[in-house]
Write a protein that binds this ligand. Structure first.
Ligand code: PMV
Length: 311
């Protein structure tokens, strides 16, 4: 029996923009997906027992099957000849936008490698999970699988000329509380990424300008994270949300939760992940503020994850 796990994540800056080579900042959160893989004699069977938003597991089933095929191929297995039972669990809920797919891919890749006694380094696991992510995201940047594989706080820049991506660990003076609020809408990252591509094609001038602003913001955010200037980090998150609204990946429910968090005193808030539903993240340093924002949201019937960045 082989075992593996992968980190959940919150993108703090520049989801979508990262697909085009703009730097992004992502943090692993202290919730993980776990997988167990066992050789059996009956094809590939998946038992997904993750706690999720209603419909998440169902809606992602076809993409999940495709992702496992892609993974096996990347691991040089002949799919016709491999029989596996895969169990998925862990304390990372199946919300859209917190890297549930990437975390599960990393967990499964590690579990399969363990079951077959393959000693795969993290770089290889990351590459395999990237292949798997294509099933969920179409043309993924690689930011999700990178966070799921390595953990920590990461500066990520995709190479747009086929070279290696830039992956740099950033450090925070100490972990900081955040909340992740779930709109309850299961979003399709692939459709959201395709939507941005189509709108950019129609109005390249507008998008070039927005990309420039997003790039600028990433560098400012990196400096302020480094200086532990959390007020400024929050302000930059607010500005990032505005840019994400401009590329039309937010929605009414996300904007509602973002505004609610700000009203309750969050230092900053924005959507996180693919948008169009899914989740938002609010910077809520200190247990008291975190609790206040989370409780307000829960009282309105939303699911909330209380976690930390910079773990
Ligand atoms: O929705 P998620 O958690 O899969 O996040 C996707 C992040 C995007 O930037 C929208 C896509 C990507 O591959 O970077």
């Amino acid at each position: 029996m082989g075992r593996g796990s992968g980190f959940g994540k919150a993108i703090l800056f520049n989801e979508h923009f990262v697909v085009y080579g703009i730097p992004g900042i992502v943090s692993a959160i202290d919730s993980t997906a776990s997988a167990v893989a066992r050789r059996t004699g009956e094809g590939i069977r998946i038992k997904d027992e993750r706690k999720g938003a209603t419909g998440y597991t169902q809606k992602k089933m076809i993409q999940q099957k495709d992702s496992i095929s892609r993974m096996l191929k990347a691991m040089s297995f002949d799919q016709e000849e491999v029989s596996l039972e895969i169990w998925l669990g862990g304390n990372l809920p199946g919300f859209s936008g917190i890297g549930a797919s990437a975390a599960s891919s990393v967990a499964i890749a590690r579990a399969i490698a363990d079951e077959f006694n393959l000693d795969l380094p993290d770089e290889k696991i990351n590459d395999i999970a990237y292949e798997a992510e294509k099933a969920y995201a179409g043309t993924p940047s690689g930011i999700d699988n990178t966070a799921a594989t390595y953990g920590g706080l990461i500066w990520f820049k995709k190479s747009v000329i086929g070279r290696s991506n830039t992956i740099k660990k950033l450090s925070l003076r100490k972990p900081v509380e955040i909340i992740i609020g779930n709109t309850g809408i299961v979003a399709d990252t692939k459709a959201m990424v395709e939507g941005v591509a189509a709108r950019r094609k129609k109005d390249p001038g507008k998008y070039d300008q927005l990309f420039k602003q997003a790039e600028d913001l990433a560098f400012k955010a990196r400096n302020n994270l480094n200086d532990f200037n959390l007020r400024k980090v929050g302000e930059l998150m607010n500005r990032n949300h505005h840019l994400l609204q401009e590329i039309e990946v937010s929605c009414e429910e996300l904007d509602y939760l973002v505004n609610l968090s700000r009203e309750q005193g969050a230092y900053g808030a924005k959507l996180t992940g693919g948008g169009g539903g899914g989740c938002m993240v609010a910077l809520t340093p200190g247990k008291a503020l975190q609790e206040k924002v989370a409780t307000t949201m829960e009282n309105e019937g939303f699911q909330v994850l209380k976690t930390k960045i910079g773990i």
